[in-house]
Design a protein around this ligand. Structure first.
Ligand SMILES: NC(=O)C1=CN([C@@H]2O[C@H](COP(=O)(O)OP(=O)(O)OC[C@H]3O[C@@H](n4cnc5c(N)ncnc54)[C@H](OP(=O)(O)O)[C@@H]3O)[C@@H](O)[C@H]2O)C=CC1
Ligand SMILES: CC(=O)N[C@@H](CCC(=O)OP(=O)(O)O)C(=O)O
Length: 345
């Protein structure tokens, strides 16, 4: 079969380079173009020297790809920027996987309330499919626009989905406590991600208002076909990549750890990128991979179910999941390019 032609928009960012790391070893696709506005005309390996000898094309401008013969375009752009490209190109022959949050929510009003930003392409909300393969695989296969999930939502939705599907927990109060590495904030240094602020430090942020609260809540409500209320707090860890989300919920019937493990085993039996762990998972066990490792247990003393979801924010939380979605959208094997072992230690 001829290789599919894809383009990556936003070469200088973390997820742009992570897409390249995965796709240069993908058997079914050719990176036909990679764009940058800030470093246009330079070589990709000038921007990311670790790719010297591996991938050295010249970076083109975003306008150069609109008329190219492409099968799919990845948007590795900030939210608020992706929507312009989607608006201008939604009727082109190529499919789009948008890594930003611009089309993940239900509608323009909800977006504007949580992102504090105007949205300029309302029709995109109707067209977009939320790119969580474990929940919406069949819809992703037919989608022209996939909204790739946020990193915190990926780790927590996968840790909660079986409990919701089986109607095992109280939907009125789910607490999600997440920790992330600093690459989640993108490549440009900000005061809160500057080395002295992050190193040897630990802090919560986005309390009561982080935009992933509504993303998680909307998706799991849709999935459970009922209203779910989520309390979500992210924290910044002094590590470069990885997310660990600990989710607390209350059972609505009598459960045991063994029963819960069985529910999760059955639910994820055929999922290539979900691994159920019988010991506590950690960031390094998924580093550089597309895995989501999950641990589930019941605490009788507090009558709580505790589930832990761990991912690499740049992989299952962004570029890896985007490639998984691309594989589904282009009719390739879902795991192509993604059979990567973790870097440990
Ligand atoms: N980092 C992560 O862990 C995750 C990120 N995401 C999402 O994926 C998207 C990309 O993330 P990430 O790679 O980390 O982001 P970065 O900030 O690292 O990179 C974004 C890139 O977008 C390009 N760009 C084009 N127009 C603009 C503009 N107006 N302002 C700023 N940058 C612009 C820039 O590249 P150039 O100059 O080359 O055009 C920039 O390097 C974001 O929407 C992010 O929220 C989602 C899940 C996880
Ligand atoms: C450390 C850090 O700042 N992380 C980011 C996560 C961003 C992300 O990946 O999500 P979106 O694609 O939805 O922007 C944050 O909390 O905003």
């Amino acid at each position: 079969m001829a290789k599919k032609n894809i383009a990556i928009v936003g070469a200088t960012g973390y997820t742009g380079s992570e897409l390249v790391r995965v796709l240069i070893n993908h058997p079914g696709v050719n990176i036909a173009a990679i764009t940058s506005e800030s470093r246009k005309g330079e070589k990709f390996s000038d921007v990311h020297p670790q790719f010297q000898g591996l991938f050295e094309p010249e970076l083109v401008g975003i306008d150069d790809i609109s008329e190219m013969d492409l099968d799919l375009v990845f948007l590795a752009l900030p939210h608020g920027v992706s929507m312009d490209f989607v608006k201008a190109n939604h009727d082109k022959a190529f499919k789009i996987v948008d890594l930003s949050g611009d089309f993940r929510l239900s509608n323009k009003e909800v977006y504007e309330a949580w992102y504090k930003k105007e949205h300029n392409f309302e029709a995109g909300f109707e067209q977009a499919v939320f790119g969580a393969p474990e929940l919406f695989r069949e819809r992703i296969k037919d989608a022209r626009l996939v909204a790739n999930p946020g990193c915190f939502p990926t780790s927590s939705i996968l840790a909660l989905a079986p409990l919701l599907k089986e109607g095992l927990i109280d939907k009125s109060r789910i607490v999600i406590d997440s920790k992330t590495g600093v690459t989640g904030a993108g490549i440009k240094a900000k005061p809160n991600t500057h080395y002295p602020m992050v190193n040897d430090n630990f802090t919560a942020y986005g309390i009561k208002s982080h935009r992933h609260t509504i993303e998680i809540q909307e998706i799991i409500s849709k999935y459970a076909n009922d209203e779910v209320t989520v309390l979500f707090t992210p924290h910044l860890l002094p590590v470069d990549r990885g997310i660990l989300s600990t989710c607390y919920s209350t059972p609505v019937k009598s459960v045991s750890t063994e029963e819960l493990e069985k529910v999760f085993e059955e639910y994820y039996a055929n999922e290539p990128f979900v691994r159920l762990r019988n010991s506590l998972p950690s960031l390094k066990q998924v580093r550089g991979t597309n895995y989501c490792d999950i641990y589930v247990t019941y605490d009788g003393r507090t009558n709580s179910i505790i589930t832990i979801g761990v991912i690499d924010n740049l992989m299952k939380g962004a570029a890896g999941q985007a490639v998984q979605n691309m594989n589904l959208m282009l009719g390739l094997n879902e795991t192509d390019g993604l059979s990567i072992a973790p870097i440990q230690p």
